[in-house]
Design a protein around this ligand. Structure first.
Ligand code: ATP
Length: 376
């Protein structure tokens, strides 16, 4: 009978030291460790070619790891055929059957599994209504918009009530308005179903808005895993710091000098910032006395002030302004380095070029050649 199809559903995924080397040498995935918990929406994010699809395909059983273990619900699954994994996958080219109606497309996996028309049609109707395509069940794919087609593809995947939902750039063929709409729908739907999801994208807005946690990859290596707030606010590596966010995070080299437990001096080119010992950030930075570190400052963490404002101020000369409607960005030279500042955060610029002071700095991101400190 019907419901035994997904009786043993997968709810957790664990990758242990997983490496994939393709014949011909490309190390597509390099020693990745990742745990996806029950009901979690995990996004794999990274530039083209970083290995995220390969990770997904190994979870689906479409690729075999060269070494390491893929665990589904705690059980070694390396040799388990895709059909026995109880996972559903949606791709960007969502390949619907053109000669079948929407209802037939969605019902197809249930028919394959031998489910009777009685529960089958009801489930198809439920899924279609949840996806907002209940009124186009009789149409063929060629009579649908791109967004509707993608919803049908999703419907075909979730109609089996998978324990694990795998999606590889499912929105990348759609225009930007529709993408934003569908990403909210996909988040809502997967959470409503409580289904564990791994979602691959190179679009950071998609990742940050949809994910419970984001896993960021670069050249096969996992760089950072955390909630959107964690990876954005406390990036584990310089790469992640520079990769996430627009405008790009300011990354400035600084030398650190501790002055007798009273304050910490950060020497940024010609200028210095002095952090009083009472400032919690000074303790983190103090570890690097005598060393050069990279200080990360988001544009929105810097407040433009008058260059002669009292207190701790970095001084810079505006090179140009960029207006984006909801924000204006000022690009400044502060001696050796150019940085970008959100002008809306402070007094509006009057005339160019001009001097600006900058108050407050963000987090220390990383020691220059070393391990990350990632402190807010
Ligand atoms: P994209 O977003 O472009 O799909 P991705 O991050 O998903 O990129 P993968 O598709 O996982 O990246 O590819 C990772 C690396 O492995 C790339 O260098 C790619 O060329 C290589 N690769 C992927 N599949 C194969 C294959 N079947 N044979 C050989 N090399 C492959």
């Amino acid at each position: 009978s019907g419901d035994q199809l997904w009786e043993e559903t997968v709810t957790t995924v664990a990758l242990k030291d997983v490496t994939k080397v393709f014949p011909g040498g490309a190390r597509a995935v390099d020693n990745v460790n990742l745990d996806v918990t029950d009901g979690e929406f995990m996004v794999l994010l990274g530039p083209s070619g970083c290995g995220k699809s390969t990770v997904l395909r190994m979870v689906a059983g479409l690729e075999e790891p060269t070494s390491g273990a893929v665990l589904l619900d705690g059980e070694l699954a390396n040799d388990l055929p895709p059909g026995e994994r109880r996972v559903a996958m949606v791709f960007q080219d969502f390949a619907l059957y053109p000669h079948m109606t929407v209802a037939e497309n969605i019902a197809f996996p249930l028919r394959l599994a031998g489910i009777e028309p009685n529960p089958r049609d009801e489930r198809v109707a439920d899924v279609a209504s949840a996806l907002g395509i209940g009124d186009v069940l009789g149409r063929r794919p060629s009579q649908l918009s791109g967004g509707q087609r993608q919803r049908v593809a999703m419907g075909r995947a979730i109609v089996r009530r998978p324990g694990l939902f795998l999606m590889d750039e499912p929105l990348s063929n759609l225009d930007s308005g529709l993408r934003a709409e569908l990403r909210a729908e996909i988040s809502a739907l997967t959470r409503q179903l409580g289904v564990t999801t791994i979602y691959v994208t190179h679009d950071q807005a998609e990742a940050l808005t949809m994910a419970d946690r984001v896993a960021i990859m670069r050249r096969g290596v996992l760089q950072d895993v955390g909630t959107p707030t964690q990876v954005y606010g406390r990036p584990a590596t310089l790469y992640v710091a520079a990769f996430l966010g627009s405008p790009r995070m300011n990354l400035l080299e600084a030398s650190v000098y501790v002055h007798l437990d009273r304050y910490v001096q950060l020497k940024l080119g010609e200028q210095s910032l002095y952090l009083p010992w009472s400032d919690i950030r000074s303790r983190t930075v103090a570890h690097y006395h005598g060393e050069r570190i990279v200080v990360g400052m988001r544009a929105e963490a810097l407040t433009p002030v008058a260059p002669d404002a009292p207190g701790e101020v970095l001084r810079g000369r505006i090179r140009y302004l960029e207006h984006h409607g909801h924000e204006s960005l000022a690009y400044l030279d502060i001696g050796a380095t150019a940085i970008v500042v959100d002008e809306m955060a402070g007094p509006v610029a009057t005339g160019l070029p001009g001097e600006r002071g900058l108050r407050r700095f963000g987090q220390v991101v990383q020691r220059l050649a070393g391990r990350s400190v990632g402190t807010a």
